[in-house]
Design a protein around this ligand. Structure first.
Ligand code: URA
Length: 201
């Protein structure tokens, strides 16, 4: 698929996502958050689902966790954020009791309803590497019940695409932030990705 065809396909999926009512999260969303970035991205990040800022802005990873992810991309990987593609397992914001106050990870029903959109995004973009952020996206992409602490830093596979699971930036922020051992582990994982892509020797 050339770039123009990819853009067209992504628009088609985005249009379907924007009207989606397949799970209960559509009742509380401000808007859907499709994901954004380069249709020809070599690296695709997958988070869990939009938070408050993302729901308001309609863009992925624009809150505090997003700022950390952006620093990882721009300072760590060394490319502009729009060089990669950033998506989530669910396209609507999951909140506790659907009261729209506290965020929570997507539940199984929501993930099952929404994940086909993600699978289609991956199929169009065909990244060289997928980086899953935290438990929900790692469990879905690798089809496993194993937790992120065990899986991070080890290559997995999604239909032939290498997958590197790492900690979610929110988890890093809740557990020491920038100078924490967790952040260093994320950097170790990112280095493996750069080696695999030949972006670092
Ligand atoms: N956390 C996620 O998993 N995704 C976002 O888009 C924002 C925060």
């Amino acid at each position: 698929m050339n770039t123009a065809e990819k853009i067209e396909q992504l628009k088609l999926i985005q249009n379907q996502v924007s009207q989606c009512k397949l799970c209960k999260l559509h009742t509380t969303r401000t808007q859907t958050v499709f994901g954004e970035g380069n249709p020809d991205a070599e690296i695709m990040f997958i988070g869990e689902g939009p938070g408050k800022q993302e729901d308001l802005m309609g863009r992925p990873f624009v809150g505090r966790a997003g700022e950390l992810l952006t620093r990882i991309i721009e300072n760590g990987i060394g490319v502009p954020r729009d060089n990669v593609f950033i998506a989530n397992l669910t396209k609507c914001r999951p909140t506790v009791d659907l009261k729209f106050e506290k965020d929570r990870p997507p539940d199984e029903e929501e993930s099952a309803a929404c994940s086909p959109y993600l699978v289609r995004q991956i199929a169009v973009i065909q990244p060289k590497v997928i980086i899953t952020l935290g438990n929900p996206s790692t469990k879905f992409v690798l089809n496993t019940k194993e937790g992120i602490t065990k899986l991070r830093g080890k290559w997995g596979d999604f239909h032939g695409i290498p997958v590197m699971p790492t900690y979610h930036p929110s988890y890093v922020l809740r557990n020491g932030g920038e100078n924490s051992p967790l952040k260093r582990e994320v950097w170790e994982d990112i280095k493996l990705v750069l080696l695999k892509l030949g972006w670092r020797k």
